[in-house]
Every structure is written in structure tokens, then in C-alpha cells.
Design a protein around this ligand. Structure first.
Ligand SMILES: Cc1ncc(COP(=O)(O)O)c(C=O)c1O
Length: 410
């Protein structure tokens, strides 16, 4: 089978045995951990949403933001261990989880997080953000820079909140946040940092400035940092609650999750860093109103295993992602809108790839057998762009690069 025949099933993308096979041996915990991100890894039979979107055999799905890479062995082992005990009843919140989060921030980001700020949530970041906004219930518009991952606009609409998109400035150096004051009045500012879709890491000064502006305007800065632990080697990720001047902290919330970092978004979980005690209590009460008490069974199992033992796996993953990013950006050069420094997302100018701006997603699918996300779904400023998810095994990325060569031919 050649790389070109994406119409047919490519064996390298078929399932191997690990997912559905009855003989699937769990790795022994005392063996050297297996962090091989270049081995074939097939998700068939797992109900993967991303793969369900690849609508022809041989198409490589590069849309939805999860990884075609195996997660940390420690998480799988923790789930297996817990599953073996057959009581899955209501679960108390283990306060050690808060200390684990604080330790994680100290060791990974050099950030001093007070364990008391931490809420451990048995829901994904999208739900957490929606309920946080319902808690604050801003009367003035919720502001957010666009393009954005789509969720900000969607959940403001769903919650019936006024909102306003602030198109990002795209200069020769990539995207930059608006300089100077934002439009007033504002109820909240939502920031995706690192930025989904472009992987841009917003500078510390810009984050600090937004926090100051929010405090001065009586607004809340909510920094969605679910891609923050995926910041590539050599870059610092500014954690909003610790980057903000301490005087402005009560106007800042950081949201994070192990979902993107450790490839476990199918098990909803997140955590919030909420320095303001009053807001923290109101937020926890609002969550409880939806039956979302801190410390869910699966959430705690996964989060604790990931944060306690996942560091070496994450280091290996980041080296893999940074190498993949370089392979792609070297090839696609001027089509890359803003240099990615985090996560596994590449935000591309469709016209610079030789694709029709209005129909780029379909054209890429037909010409290259690659399924991307359509920029139009990312709000104002997203039209004419494509987002490619490159969290793939190395050999599959090689196939992607060869398929992209077709765009160079007339
Ligand atoms: C920046 C950002 N925030 C929040 C979410 C929502 O995550 P979930 O759907 O797992 O709640 C995503 C998912 O892609 C994301 O990229």
C-alpha cells in the first residue's frame, strides 16, 4: 500500500490489538515505562469522536483536539486498579488532590499556588467555565479575543450572556493581544492561553495587564489554560492567577484540566484556581446545584495518577510534539499564521496552501485525505484558516507531510 492511496484502508491506521483484544496485557509497573510515540497506535473500536469524523477509509483525522498517542501508563494502571474494586459508589473528595495540584504548579511552572484556591471538578473545562459564568452572571458583555476554539461563543450563547468578540491583531510576528484598554463596560474577559487554535503563548506582561484591567473594570479574567501544561520545552507558560499582581488576584481565575495534557478528555475532569474565597464558595455551590461535587471517582483516579506520576511521560511527549511542530512548520512556513509554542495545533492560512479560502477543509480532504478543522468555526478572524492537529505518531506525520506535497503540484 502506498501513502497515496488514502481511499483504501491503510494498515498503519488500523487497530493493532491493544484496544479490543482480549489478550491485552497491562504493563507491569516495575518495567521501564513505555513512552514510544512513534509506534503505530490505532484507536478503532474505542468510539473516538475524532476518528468518527474521518469519513472515508485512509483519511487521517487532524481535526478534533485529542491525541492519537498513548497516554501515560500510570493513568491506565490507576484506572485498572480502581476498576478491580467493584464498589463504584459516591466518593469523598480527597484533599490531597489540592496539594498535588499546588505541587504540580511549583515543579512544572515555578508557580506558587495556595492549595486552598483549588477546586477539583468532576466535569470538563467547558462545563466548569459555563457554570463559573453563571455564578458571576455578568450583566455587561463577556469579552474574548478571536479566533477562539469555539466554546467561548457557544457557551455564552447557551447561558444567555451578552458577549463581544475582539478580533486579534495578526502582524508579521503572529497574533498579539489587544494593546491598551478593552471596551467598557465588561463583565468578564475569557482568555485561551496558550491560544487554541494557534498555539501562541501569550506573554507574561499581556496576562498581567489583562488582570490589572479586569480588576480596574470590576470584571473577572478567566484564563482557560487547558493547553498550558503542553507548552513546548524552552517556553514558560504564564499561569494567570500567579502572574497577576497579588492586588488583582481576586479578579482572576485559572481553569485547567489533565484532559488535554494526558489525553484523557473522555473522562471529564478539570480544576479551577480561584483565589477569591467568596467567589470560590459561590462557584462550588453553583456546581453542587448541578450535582457536581468536588472529587468524582474517575476524576480523582485519573487526575491524581497523572499529576503524581505523569511528569516523565509528559516530558517525553513534549519532546515529541516539539519535533513534530518543527517538521510541519519547516515545510509549511509562510502558511503558518502564528508560531506555535504549545500544544499540538497548527493554524494555517488556506490561501497560502493553495486552497480555496471558502472551501478549504473539503479541498484538503479531497486532495490530501487529511481532515482539518474549518477556521470559520473559530469566530471572527477565523475564516480562510484551517487548524491541523499534529499529535500523531512520527511515521503518520511522515505520511501527512508527503500528502501535503500534493498541494505544491498544480
Ligand atoms: C482551550 C479549550 N478550552 C476548553 C476546551 C473544552 O474541553 P472539554 O470539551 O473537554 O470540556 C477545549 C477543548 O478543545 C479547549 O481547547
Amino acid at each position: 500500500m502506498t501513502d497515496d492511496s488514502f481511499q483504501r484502508t491503510d494498515d498503519r491506521f488500523r487497530n493493532l490489538s491493544s484496544v479490543s483484544g482480549a489478550t491485552d496485557p497491562a504493563p507491569a509497573p516495575d518495567l521501564e515505562p513505555d513512552f514510544d510515540f512513534d509506534a503505530p497506535f490505532d484507536r478503532a473500536g474505542t468510539g473516538s469522536s475524532k476518528w468518527a469524523r474521518a469519513d472515508a477509509p485512509g483519511v487521517i483525522p487532524m481535526g478534533l483536539a485529542d491525541m492519537d498517542l498513548p497516554g501515560p501508563p500510570a493513568v491506565a494502571e490507576a484506572l485498572e486498579r480502581r476498576a478491580r474494586h467493584r464498589a463504584y459508589g459516591y466518593t469523598a473528595c480527597d484533599p490531597a488532590g489540592r496539594t498535588l495540584v499546588a505541587d504540580w504548579y511549583r515543579t512544572r511552572h515555578g508557580a506558587v499556588v495556595d492549595p486552598d484556591w483549588v477546586l477539583l471538578l468532576p466535569c470538563g473545562p467547558r462545563t466548569a467555565l459555563r457554570i463559573l459564568l453563571e455564578t458571576v452572571r455578568p450583566q455587561a458583555p463577556v469579552l474574548f479575543p478571536t479566533p477562539e476554539w469555539g466554546g467561548f461563543a457557544q457557551l455564552c450563547r447557551a447561558a444567555g450572556l451578552p458577549y463581544r468578540a475582539l478580533p486579534l491583531h495578526l502582524g508579521p510576528g503572529g497574533y498579539r493581544l489587544p494593546r491598551g484598554p478593552l471596551p467598557r463596560p465588561a463583565g468578564a474577559v475569557l482568555l485561551s492561553n496558550p491560544h487554541n487554535p494557534s498555539g501562541t503563548v501569550w506573554p507574561i506582561g499581556a496576562v498581567r495587564g489583562l488582570a490589572a484591567w479586569a480588576a480596574d473594570s470590576g470584571a473577572l479574567l478567566v484564563s482557560d489554560e487547558v493547553h498550558g501544561d503542553l507548552t513546548h520545552p524552552g517556553r514558560a507558560h504564564p499561569v494567570a492567577v500567579t502572574t497577576a499582581d497579588p492586588a488583582h488576584r481576586s479578579h482572576v481565575v485559572t481553569l485547567n484540566s489533565v484532559g488535554k495534557t494526558f489525553n484523557c478528555s473522555g473522562i471529564p475532569s478539570s480544576f479551577a484556581l480561584v483565589p477569591d474565597p467568596g467567589l470560590r464558595t459561590r462557584f462550588a455551590e453553583a456546581l453542587a446545584g448541578y450535582g457536581l461535587w468536588e472529587g468524582g471517582l474517575l476524576e480523582q483516579t485519573v487526575q491524581q495518577a497523572a499529576l503524581r506520576e505523569g511528569g516523565p511521560w509528559l516530558d517525553a511527549l513534549l519532546a515529541h510534539l516539539a519535533a513534530a511542530r518543527t517538521r510541519l512548520t519547516d515545510r509549511l512556513g509562510p502558511a503558518v499564521r502564528s508560531a506555535p509554542r504549545a500544544s499540538y495545533l497548527l493554524w494555517l492560512d488556506a490561501a497560502a496552501l493553495g486552497l480555496p479560502s471558502a472551501d478549504a477543509r473539503r479541498a484538503l480532504l479531497e486532495r490530501c485525505g487529511l481532515e482539518a478543522s474549518d477556521g470559520a468555526d473559530f469566530g471572527p478572524g477565523g475564516e480562510g484558516s484551517l487548524r491541523l492537529n499534529y499529535a500523531l505518531p512520527g511515521p503518520v506525520l511522515g505520511t501527512v507531510l508527503r500528502r501535503l506535497e500534493r498541494l505544491e503540484r498544480p
